[in-house]
Ligand binder design. Structure first.
Ligand SMILES: [Zn+2]
Length: 276
């Protein structure tokens, strides 16, 4: 057999959410991926935010061994005109994209009412479509939620019951109550560099609350650089700072936390196989 082989080494770190295709990385993408490797961040999931840029996201995964990607539409990219959301079209394109081996998840999707609720119905329809495909095709959903906790939970409750959807809440910044409802639906919780910010007091309590076997870490790079790089461009290697902070909060040794979060990642993203 002439297959390319790689092993799921639990001693290596996963950045479960970054945007490597963004133009922020156009000038030094190789260096950024190498920086990550040098700091033990060996597994990267680069996240789609629309269908138009899917090819660019997917191309990144073709250039490196341990980088996978997702396909889907960020709530901020959902059409605001009621009559222009083409669900059949979207479903066909996403289903087509899922046929690629390196595509291992759906999203990011979810609900974002930070700029108002004008297209709330479209956002919910798009979110529910991703959740339907999650259950139907057995891919986890990456959920973004902002100022929309109630609607997000209603969608999860309904889709987990109806379709057996799976997934995670990405860049978690909400309450313990919200975390509980997501966990009750079997969803994982992913924390970003925000946990290192001085004012993240309530979030510390949520980190304490979330069971280790439901925990993931991410950068959301190029956004949200952790302390001591706050305000600068974020990159996958910085997920180390998030791990260190969570290790301190949960009183779990960093290396053990790496083993746990990496195992959680490969459990949830079960389409990633040991052999290609
Ligand atoms: Zn993102």
């Amino acid at each position: 057999m002439n297959q390319k082989h790689y092993s799921q080494d639990l001693n290596k770190i996963v950045d479960s959410h970054c945007h490597l295709d963004f133009k922020d990385f156009d000038s030094d993408r190789d260096k950024i991926v190498n920086n990550a490797k040098l700091t033990n961040v060996d597994y990267l999931l680069t996240i789609s935010v629309n269908l138009e840029d899917f090819e660019k996201v997917h191309e990144v995964t073709q250039n490196y061994e341990n980088i996978w990607c997702t396909t889907g539409i960020h709530p901020n990219n959902v059409s605001s005109e009621t009559d222009t959301i083409q669900l059949d079209d979207i479903q066909n394109k996403i289903s087509e994209n899922l046929k690629n081996k390196k595509v291992v998840g759906l999203g990011e999707t979810g609900l974002d009412f930070f700029r108002g609720k004008k297209n709330r119905t479209n956002q919910i329809e798009s979110f529910m479509l991703h959740l339907f495909l999650s259950g139907e095709k057995k891919y986890p959903t990456i959920v973004h939620t902002r100022d929309a906790d109630n609607d997000t939970i209603n969608c999860l409750n309904e889709s987990v019951k109806k379709y057996s959807s799976t997934g995670l809440i990405h860049c978690f910044t909400s309450t313990k109550q919200f975390a509980k409802k997501a966990l009750d639906n079997g969803f994982y919780i992913s924390f970003s560099g925000i946990i290192t910010f001085k004012n993240a007091i309530d979030l510390v309590d949520v980190v304490k609350y979330v069971p280790a076997d439901k925990l993931l870490v991410e950068t959301d790079s190029p956004f949200l650089a952790p302390v001591p790089f706050r305000g600068k461009r974020n990159e996958p290697s910085y997920v180390n700072y998030t791990l260190e902070k969570i290790s301190e909060i949960k009183k779990i040794k960093k290396q053990e936390l790496i083993n746990i979060t990496t195992k959680n990642f490969f459990t949830l993203f079960s389409k990633i196989k040991n052999d290609y």
